[in-house]
Design a protein around this ligand. Sequence first.
Ligand code: LLP
Length: 463
Amino acid sequence: MSRSAHPAGPRHADVLTEGHYSAPPADLNSLDPKVWSSTVTRDKGGELTVGGLEVSRLAEEFGTPAYFLDETDFRARCRAWADAFGRDADVFYAGKAFLSRAVVRWLHEEGLNLDVCSGTELATALDAGMPAERIAFHGNNKSEAEIRRAVEAGVGRIVLDSFQEIVRVAHIAQELGTVQKAFIRVTVGVEAHTHEFIATAHEDQKFGIALADGQAAEAVRRALKLDGLELIGIHSHIGSQIFDMAGFEVSARRVVQLLAEVRDEHGVELPEIDLGGGLGIAYTSEDDPREPHEIATALSEIVTRECSAAGLRAPRISVEPGRAIVGPTAFTLYEVGTIKPLEGLRTYVSVDGGMSDNIRTALYDAEYSVSLVSRTSDAEPMLVRVVGKHCESGDIVVRDAFLPADLAPGDLIAVPATGAYCRSMASNYNHALRPPVVAVRDGSARVIVRRETEEDLLRLDVG
Ligand code: LLP
């Protein structure tokens, strides 16, 4: 199991953060297919290629740091999820992981739906031609303007997150002379991260309406009464970077229990449930994620079993994977700058990016791996900490890893599995210019999000 295991949400006291690196890998030059996208390999000269293109040429053309996104792998993952869930279920890609117009077009072409959680994510989706009925609109504090925009556009579902919002959405839909399809997001009392889940007391958070104390049942009661709403289902999202299906099992059981209560009280069988996202990926070789078909089978078995026990027709299931689709498809390419050996400790390797392009290590103690990619090396492994160029000692990209001892300034190193929540959470700290996202496919590379420029930054600063 990967060591510091909390990529999202508040940290638990039992999460280890320091000095828990494993032994160096047997071969520092090998590229573990678990953490690299499917077209990544080393060419005869030992250089890493993606989509058939060498990283040195990519660095020359697009600069560093930069995210390289393997479009072939992205599309294959979309298809794997769509195929695994089949016609009786819906896969919504969670755009918060990484969203751009190109990505929206790929999703559309591969038949996926899209979950957005802000007016501007919605605008991006619509601008790139995602049909509104295939969009789900989320958020715990949607503004009236955002709700109006979503209803006007005709989004397929709005996920209602509070009592106020139930009324607000119903009112706006009525004003616009329409009926909005909606889900109610409930908190099921489960919080899951990586290999663990905790099945008590996790109502203490800002999302959703608690199942406990009949709150969610009351929300359903109110929503069913309002003319502007068509309540079609219950939504639950339990956490992030989850490998173990036990949390989903508890969540599905509790959601189905609510469906049964709704049937008993109102004589209505809500036709859908959404079990959210949160499925884990491999950031290091120690992580062992599930394949989409295993997840689909497990979820559908759980829901079918619970429904037949409750005497309900099995509802249509949706899921919302973000990280599991885009995470493994990209790596960040950096150029090595300074190298500082600290006797008896480790060697600090500074790169030309840092916490502005990957905040996850600093924010969640997330773990990453790193490889020398512009060449191979037979040198001994050295324990390194890859750090950025920001004015902050927490500016760490990879906390503990091994790189060859002959690493030198100017070498290119790459951090795999940075497709999710890296560009989308990137910042301009120290006036860093956010790196581009370059899509690579079949021997060609194109910028899908360009690098920010000094002019971009200065234009915002109106003096
Ligand atoms: N659906 C809902 C309602 C969500 O809140 C999320 C993530 C997802 C789906 C997608 O989850 P995924 O499959 O990508 O784990 N910034 C954090 C992750 C925050 C996730 C928030 N919600 C990180 O970098 O780990």
